[in-house]
Design a protein around this ligand. Sequence first.
Ligand code: UDP
Length: 254
Amino acid sequence: MTSLSPQPAQPASARPLYHRVLLKVSGEVLMGEQPFGIDLATLDAVAADIAEVTTKGVEVCLVIGGGNIFRGLSMAGKGMERASADYMGMLATVMNALALQSALEKIGVNTRVQSAIPMDAVCEPYIRRRALRHLEKGRVVIFAAGVGAPFFTTDTGAALRAAEMGCEALFKGTSVDGVYSADPKTHPDAERYDRLSYLDVLARDLRVMDASSISLMRDNAIPIVVFSIRERGAFLNVLTGAGVHTVIGPDSLP
Ligand code: UDP
């Protein structure tokens, strides 16, 4: 583990390190500066960054959270039955998926939304082989409703779909530029890591993703790349190995 000084941006010709990736964007990112819901300018900016990556020939899977609209755990904490609250959270992720689909299609990116909870009038049901076909045809596939079951999160959904789709890396776009020893918003002296092992993250309870998703990525040796999606152009930059980010991988990685 080493702390990292900002890396220089790569030249425009730099090539992406991966051919197929999954990008997980938490719902909170879509709020922008708003306290709730979807900020259209932020949505368009995230869509533009995804579009930029597709022009480089990278196949992109997307998983969007729902925390900007509804979070099951917090409603359960106020007395609602947990499973019902979680289903509402999953529906929130479908709303975000449709919003991102619309933003992407507006700028010419072909997309399909597949939901883990079948919703025929709204989007396709999740069918693994069909999703693979979409990717091969250059479409961005947005996976909605997490894993389709309560007591899980969209992080777990992202890890599961990344493994099922044969993604070479899981990119986690957050509002901070990597994994820190403590929340940098409340601890300005927190250390940022350049590289961590899956076991470091689990043992030190670094809370970048939930433990089940970290374990799933560890079992399948899929690296997790944590970066700030709030910075324009960062997705492509980090895909080429440049920009500020944290890579979580096996202990043996250089
Ligand atoms: N959720 C769930 N099962 C899943 C995915 C999501 O029950 O497989 C629910 C859960 O209530 C969660 C909410 O959907 O709080 C929104 O997802 P998440 O909290 O992962 O969104 P994010 O924090 O990434 O915005």
